[in-house]
Design a protein around this ligand. Sequence first.
Ligand SMILES: NC(=O)c1ccc[n+]([C@@H]2O[C@H](COP(=O)([O-])OP(=O)(O)OC[C@H]3O[C@@H](n4cnc5c(N)ncnc54)[C@H](O)[C@@H]3O)[C@@H](O)[C@H]2O)c1
Ligand SMILES: [Zn+2]
Ligand SMILES: [Zn+2]
Length: 361
Amino acid sequence: MRGALLHAVGDDKLDIRDDFTLTPVGPTDVRVKIRATGVCHSDLSVLSGVLPMPLPVIPGHEGAGEVVEVGDHVTSVQPGDHVIINWTPACGDCPSCVGGQPHLCMTFVMKSFTDARFRYGGDTPAFGMAGCGTWAEEIVVPWQGAIKVDPEVPYEAAALIGCGITTGVGAAINTAKVRPGSTVAVVGCGGVGLSVIQGARLSGATTILAIDPLESKHELAKKVGATHAVTPDQLMDAIGTLTGGQGFDYGFEVVGKSAAIMTAWQATRRGGDVVVVGAGAMDDMVPLTAFNLLFEGKNILSSLYGGTDVRRDFPFFAGLYKAGKLDLESMISARIKLSDLNDAVAALKSGEVLRQIVVMD
Ligand SMILES: NC(=O)c1ccc[n+]([C@@H]2O[C@H](COP(=O)([O-])OP(=O)(O)OC[C@H]3O[C@@H](n4cnc5c(N)ncnc54)[C@H](O)[C@@H]3O)[C@@H](O)[C@H]2O)c1
Ligand SMILES: [Zn+2]
Ligand SMILES: [Zn+2]
């Protein structure tokens, strides 16, 4: 089968090849034929090394498809079911799972660093990003990594729910718990940032400021719910006109850089919540002083995978989509083929595109 392989961090191009095979389906595994998969910034971060993965690796974690085989002990899905890939499967037994934070479960994350589920070129092992690797035609995941979805939800929309939507809308609804009538600033208007904007709109925020250096993103941000849009250097003026100089109730960072966290910090009012959604590098220090951390009264919240329980929220977001409350079509800037992934990576790096969705043949 076909897939896109990264041999080494920093490689110019992915190796798109057609000789991949999969490990056999174990008793608690599910084999999924991927039907649609997105290009998220986290995939770029695997290519650049910002997000460390075992190598060689097939990127891709935002995906949806059809179940084609299940292990003997699997009861949650059966062949023919439509599923969304969950890139943090929850084991159900660890302290995070038992404590009600399944998005923090590390059980399968750790396993994915030693368990190479692909082979190529004969018998050379290859890993899947975060245990997934949706930039391949088929994947094998633990049953907790394939969540059944209403077959009326198109695969492309289901794929978006697999990462961007859940991360962004979840950050607003689950992590920040944005209150009706509040003011929200969102730093970074890619696929995830636009999802935060949609979550803030759904939560009843009355002022939603989109912040992105690329003006091409401003119209799109407004289309999905932003009430205003500025470049980072216009932020101080916007704080003045939109919040009377106080700052916003919530500031979301959706870029993955310490500089953007500082922009979100600056945008947030005294006592407000600064929500970190972007996935930054291990050596990218955030320059906050101990004085500021206490006396500005701001809360820094981490929002990994939208602070979600995907068993509850994948169907919840699918329902919102079906009810016309989530605009997923505006999030898709191009439908592409697996063979276009190198161009898609270059396009996302340039910043001018939103979600590019690979629709498998
Ligand atoms: N928390 C999570 O669980 C999770 C899940 C998925 C993605 N992410 C991360 O979220 C971030 C965003 O992902 P995406 O797919 O939307 O990315 P993207 O590349 O589509 O969009 C990033 C946007 O940020 C803008 N930007 C760049 N520098 C900026 C700055 N200094 N100030 C304001 N805007 C700036 C770019 O112009 C672009 O529009 C990435 O770091 C990604 O890895 C986190
Ligand atoms: Zn667990
Ligand atoms: Zn993602």
